[in-house]
Design a binder for this molecule. Structure first.
Ligand code: MN
Length: 271
């Protein structure tokens, strides 16, 4: 419509001027946003979101993205999120998603499929990411419910997020290698420790949903994912006692020689 007059005045078989594709220019000119929000809620997961049609299409990835093309990560398709949510990092005090949100990666994306809507409908969306942690070619592929069968509401929610083989693939565990925020560089603990963390108020009421948790309930799980670190050497917070130096040395030696106790402790706390 916007180019109607422009086109009416030209014969594109005779002029080198472009006819102009309003959909292409409107959609491709601004970079499309993507983000991954690490979310400690009822369970730890990574919310993978890509901008499309003015909203953030969203998948919850329990184990987070993997850079290894052989490792397919389950990605549950969840409801679209508003664009403003994409840069959020902070605390959801109550209701749906109560917990802590970390902006784990952010950047731009572009489709490798010609028609994004058709690719989504088909359940096979190839994308190229340009984030801090995630780059290169990926695919989101639906595992079942092809074509959206009627009467099976849950069908089609399960997708897989898979890295394609390219120069950005690798066997490094990116969730362990780069666990912290790209916004604040903080951990969950550090995000919580901010004097005034950003707060997102969920507009969905938690009443009557047993699966929803309070922030306090969620925070009890923090130790499992972010064990409290020993104070660094020379820390002023450690008590000024003469035995501190030998104690540290012993602890360091123990940590260097044994790995079993840590594993045992983890097992104990998670049961
Ligand atoms: Mn989430």
């Amino acid at each position: 419509m916007a180019l109607d007059e422009y086109r009416r005045k030209r014969d594109f078989t005779k002029t080198p001027e472009p006819a102009g594709d309003t959909t292409a220019t409107a959609r491709q000119a601004p970079a499309r946003f993507f983000c991954v929000q690490k979310h400690l809620a009822t369970a730890l997961h990574y919310d993978f979101r890509i901008e499309h049609g003015g909203v953030l299409l969203s998948w919850a990835v329990p184990k987070g993205p993997s850079l290894d093309p052989a490792t397919k990560r389950l990605a549950m398709h969840v409801e679209d999120h508003p664009m403003q949510y994409g840069e959020f990092e902070g605390v959801i005090p109550e209701g749906y998603g109560a917990g802590v949100v970390m902006l784990w990666d952010v950047g731009t994306w572009e489709p490798e499929s010609d028609d994004v809507d058709a690719a989504l409908e088909k359940g096979d969306l190839k994308i190229r990411l340009d984030g801090y942690k995630l780059k290169g070619s990926w695919v989101l592929v639906r595992t079942r419910g092809w074509g959206g069968r009627a009467g099976a509401e849950d069908d089609g929610r399960s997708w897989l997020l898979i890295k394609h083989k390219d120069e950005w693939a690798g066997d490094i565990d990116i969730t362990e290698f780069a666990p912290n925020s790209v916004k604040s560089s903080g951990s969950f603990r550090e995000i919580l420790a901010q004097e005034t963390p950003d707060v997102w108020v969920s507009n969905r009421n938690s009443t009557g949903d047993a699966s929803m948790e309070t922030l306090a309930g969620v925070l009890k799980k923090l130790d499992k994912f972010e064990p409290v670190e020993k104070p660094p050497v020379g820390s002023t917070t450690s008590p000024p006692q003469t035995t501190s130096a030998p104690r540290k040395a012993t602890a360091k030696k123990a940590a260097a020689t044994k790995t079993r106790p840590a594993a045992r402790t983890r097992k104990k706390t998670s049961s």
